[in-house]
Design a protein around this ligand. Structure first.
Ligand SMILES: *Cc1c(COP(=O)(O)O)cnc(C)c1O
Length: 375
């Protein structure tokens, strides 16, 4: 269970995390791929907590976890003692000892990293197999695809010396199944994988599971879809929702037409409106970009199933919502308001804030009371 934080519950907003739905999503992805699904739990499991999520997934049989940093890997290792834990950001200089100590697997993405890891292993250190990352589009991390292909074709000794046990690459635009870059990446990766058929390989992220003509290889690396994000944007979400976020109304007031609302008076009431102030804000991960102003559209909350726009600038700890369309008997002090849940899914919340659901998830606040259910 997660560490209790000093102001847990004190803000009044509650984040519910359904570990049963998380596990169902993981099983669905593995079934769909017809191969072993890993789990990407970087960024504190996309904001939902490494320890509770990795514990639930390990219990369900997940044997491969991916994190971004060594520090995250150490946390995953504690709750998944038998799993492979891959560190996607690769081997920073001088960190080999930490990898060995915590039985972590570096995702090696350059010749320097390969050589540093290989020479560390030659000193006799006991290590877990590493992964080799080839870059087939992103120009971000990984050996350039041509270099990867050369190493593979030459049966380069460094692959054995570094004890590489997994070959991987990452999609740049798999959430857009019509992007021709997907087929190019699939082909480039297939060529490298074919040159080292003895090495298990991994290509699919969440959306990759839903691409046509994408081989599953031996291991997949879903993140976002595990947590209920839609891997097929614009189409029905095949995943179960995992999180719900509820806040509370602190005050309700009526304002006359022409009243300016919030910091800098950026939203003006057009007609008599009823407004409610709720107890979370940008310090809880709600971007100021989600504000409705006189010049821009923004996000909303649901009260009694009715969308209530965020009017005026989102404040640090508060958001003002327009509850005019909700019966006054419902829009009361203390009433619960849905920020994420039902039709207000991660994609809708992201769109309201002019960003993507991934950013909403990973920005989720630290002040919520977190309720883990279904574990
Ligand atoms: C973050 C990440 C993933 C997971 O991506 P999702 O789109 O969240 O499924 C997989 N592989 C790599 C290399 C990543 O960085």
């Amino acid at each position: 269970m997660p560490a209790v934080q000093p102001d847990t519950g004190a803000s009044g907003a509650t984040l519910t995390i359904d570990l049963g739905a998380l596990v169902s999503n993981w099983r669905l992805l593995g079934k769909r791929a017809g191969t072993e699904a890993g789990a990407v739990v970087k960024a504190d499991a996309y904001g939902l907590g490494i320890e509770p999520t990795a514990t639930a997934l390990a219990k369900a049989g997940c044997k491969n976890f991916f994190v971004a940093h060594v520090s995250e890997g150490i946390r995953a290792r504690k709750v998944a003692p038998d799993a492979a834990v891959y560190v996607l950001n690769g081997l920073l200089p001088g960190t080999c000892g930490a990898y060995a100590e915590h039985a972590l697997s570096p995702v090696l993405g350059s010749h320097e990293e390969l050589l540093e890891w290989a020479s560390f292993r030659q000193s006799g250190a006991k290590t877990r197999p590493a992964a080799l990352h080839v870059d087939t589009a992103m120009n971000r991390l990984g050996l350039w695809a041509g270099e990867g292909l050369n190493l593979a074709r030459e049966k380069s000794g460094v692959i054995a010396a570094a004890d590489v046990g997994l070959l991987m690459s990452h999609f740049a635009s798999s959430e857009d199944s019509t992007d021709p870059a997907n087929a190019r990446q699939i082909a480039a990766f297939a060529e490298i994988a074919a040159a080292v058929p003895e090495l298990p390989a991994s290509l699919m992220n969440s959306s990759g599971h839903f691409l046509d003509n994408c081989p599953s290889y031996q291991l997949t690396r879903p993140g976002y879809a595990l947590y209920g994000g839609n891997p097929t944007p614009g189409q029905p979400n095949p995943m179960q929702p995992v999180i719900g976020l509820e806040a509370q109304i602190i005050q309700v007031r009526e304002v006359e037409s022409g009243t300016q609302v919030g910091y800098n008076g950026r939203w003006t009431a057009k007609g008599k409106r009823r407004l409610a102030t709720i107890n979370l804000g940008y310090a809880d991960g709600y971007p100021r970009n989600g504000s409705w102003t006189d010049a821009s559209t923004g996000g909303s909350a649901l009260l009694d199933g009715v969308p209530c726009p965020f009017v005026g600038t989102v404040s640090m700890d508060l958001i003002i919502i327009d509850v005019t369309d909700v019966p006054a008997s419902v829009a009361q002090r203390g009433a619960s308001v849905t920020l994420i849940g039902g039709p207000l899914d991660l994609e809708a919340v992201g769109a309201g804030a002019k960003t993507i659901g991934y950013e909403i998830l990973t920005s989720l606040g630290r002040r919520y009371e977190r309720r883990y259910i279904g574990g």
